[in-house]
Design a protein around this ligand. Sequence first.
Ligand code: SF4
Ligand code: SF4
Length: 301
Amino acid sequence: MLVFDIKRYAINDGPGIRITIFMKGCPLSCVWCHNPEGISGQREKLYTKQKCLGCGACVDACPGHALRLTSEGVSSDVSLCTVCGKCADVCPSLAMEISGKEYTADELMKEIRKEILFMDCSEGGVTFCGGEPLMHPDFLLELLQRCGKEGIHRAVDTTLYARPELVRQVMEHTDLFLIDLKLMDSFWHKKYCGVPNELILSNLRMVADAGKEFIIRIPLIEGINTDEDNIRQSASFLASLPQHLKVVNLLPYHDIGKNKHEKLGSVYNPDQFPMSTPSENLQQKCVEIFHSYGINAKIGG
Ligand code: SF4
Ligand code: SF4
């Protein structure tokens, strides 16, 4: 399984102190994505120009002659790069990095067990996220079952864009879902996230109907989803679900993904959709709309 990050002492990915495992690969491609290195299921090379010392060690180490030292830093010919990682191995300043490290289930369980002390004293646990963890069903189910047997609290951070049968299986071994809800209009959902949302909404209803605990996370992006229509439709949909919803976290937009796209050599928001952070007034208005539907919504989380 390719993992692109393991975050320890995480406090925003479910209750208590957690270890969060980021699995590579996602069926969505949201234009504002904070972790674009999680979208591709393949290993990727990242280059941070600001960290580069211009020493040329990576150029010499590259067996495919994919790199060239220029006055602007290191330029890369992606058609020659096999993502072997030799450039990252020799880079003294971590300007070159490889995103995606192969782990076995045993190796990941070992990483998870290292955090048991913190989990136990804080009622924390493990959170599987991505990318989209449900893109790796066998691996995810094995880890969930093994954590369950060891009494470790399990959260799954998911888009729910997956086969209902798989969501049902994952539900049996998950204590808490963290679910992203981006937009209620399927046409615009497809436009901004690459896929329509009907499957997501019906899976969300299924999770709620099954009595599972879940937290909803909505990115608040002015220009995309903070219009009153979308907020009211989101609130109305959530209010229609059985009440196992713990909280709705509204997460004001930041262009964190921009920097990561630069490192990947890809373009952030190529269609130049107008995206901005909503003002505090607008954020508060969104919170109030959710409250008016009886939903516990708050900024952040
Ligand atoms: S990952 Fe390998 S092939 Fe690609 S640039 Fe680095 S050394 Fe060259
Ligand atoms: S090895 Fe690292 S620091 Fe040296 S030129 Fe390559 S990217 Fe820059």
